[in-house]
Design a protein around this ligand. Structure first.
Ligand code: FA5
Length: 357
């Protein structure tokens, strides 16, 4: 920038800072922009004496400075005028309502399941998401190299080359808490353990790599399969209404014997009002639809009577206690409850989806 211009600009800026009233500001305007003696006016006027290239470059710079200083003069004028005025706040004006967030549907579902169990007298406990091989598998009667390990596609912690029972993994189910609780507490007790679980599997409409389970464990003297049936029936009626029907079928888990899988009549195709009026109501859930693969039934959880080996690992005296355990999928419950066709929608964070809950 031209040296004279730069000096003038500095001088003007400093001068402007010191001005305190409108009279001072008027004098400032006259000093720099006055028609006869204004310093910047003089420079602009002298442009006509320069050759074309000098005129162009100096003219451009002088104009830029002129615009900049006028902008500051306007600001100064406003601030002088407003100084001393009190801010006015209209307390009666309508406010703007901030948008309120709410709990994620998975959390809502989890809390609903928890409160149903609390009503039945269950305690609630939480466990670690990173677990040792001992709790994930060994203590549940699944020794190393047991083929049943294929039922849980596990994410092992990288760099943990350890092949012992200390080997760490993201827990593939909430069942490791069974042994942790039995080691610590003496029966009788009834506990649920809600929590996040992880499996190394490809995602599809019904499977996520990160999902949620609610584990249940009831141990005491003389606990029978009737107690298991009673608790799970109560749960599903609290969540889905009195009219749903249930089926208990044999299944397999290494840590329960017998193992029982629980199915619920498909709420998408069962005609609730007609339940009971069909010729053999125990044989039919719903009429059949795509959600239940045209069977009328939906599989919702795995369960069974605690295997004697599991009591043995926990150090309980042989034959003294009996109990039942179950593991239900919170996402699967939420899909049924809210009629969601694809589990992946829960994680997409689409505000239009989430706002519906
Ligand atoms: C188990 O994980 C056993 N630990 C359950 C159990 C506990 C049995 C105690 C006996 C006694 P399973 O792999 O079937 O079982 O999973 C239980 C439930 O978790 C399933 O019914 C399903 O609802 C849910 N689930 C399993 N894998 C996924 C997944 N990838 N995405 C979403 N939900 C899943």
């Amino acid at each position: 920038m031209n040296e004279n211009l730069a000096q003038l600009k500095n001088q003007a800026m400093n001068g402007l800072d010191l001005i305190k009233d409108l009279a001072g500001l008027d004098a400032f305007v006259l000093k720099y922009f006055g028609r006869k003696q204004g310093q910047l006016t003089n420079i602009l006027r002298s442009l006509k004496n320069l050759d074309e290239s000098g005129r162009k470059s100096l003219g451009k710079e002088a104009n830029e400075i002129k615009i900049e200083i006028w902008h500051l003069i306007d600001q100064k004028r406003r601030s002088i005028k407003n100084a001393g005025k009190k801010e006015f706040i209209d307390l009666t004006a309508d406010g703007e309502k901030p948008a309120l967030g709410h709990l994620h549907p998975i959390t809502q579902m989890e809390r609903e399941i928890i409160s149903a169990f609390k009503e039945m007298g269950f305690a609630v406990m939480l466990g670690p998401e990173i677990e040792s091989d001992y709790y994930n598998f060994e203590s549940l009667n699944i020794p190393k190299d047991h083929p049943a390990r294929d039922m849980w596609d596990t994410f092992y912690i990288k760099n943990d080359e350890n092949r012992s029972i200390d080997r760490l993994a993201l827990r593939p189910h909430t069942s490791p808490m069974q042994a942790r609780i039995m080691e610590k507490y003496k029966p009788p007790f009834s506990v649920i353990i809600p929590g996040r679980t992880f499996r190394n599997e490809a995602t599809d409409a019904r499977h996520e790599h990160t999902f949620y389970q609610v584990e249940g464990l009831v141990v005491g003297e003389n606990i029978s399969a009737a107690h298991l049936k009673g608790a799970l029936t109560r749960l599903l009626k609290l969540l889905f209404g009195d009219k749903i029907k249930m089926q208990f079928r044999p299944s397999y888990f290494p840590f329960t014997e017998p193992s029982i899988e629980v199915l619920m009549s498909c709420i998408f195709c069962s005609d609730a009002d007609k339940v009971g009026s069909e010729p053999r109501p125990e044989r039919r859930g719903g009429r059949g639809c795509a959600v239940c693969s045209y069977t009328g039934w939906l599989e919702i959880l795995g369960s069974g009577m605690v295997h004697p080996k599991v009591f043995e690992y926990a150090g309980y005296p042989k034959g003294k206690y009996s109990g039942f355990a179950f593991g239900l999928g919170t996402l699967r419950m939420a899909m049924l409850k809210y009629n969601i066709p694809d589990v992946r929608m829960f994680y997409q964070n689409d505000i239009r989806f989430l706002k519906q809950f």
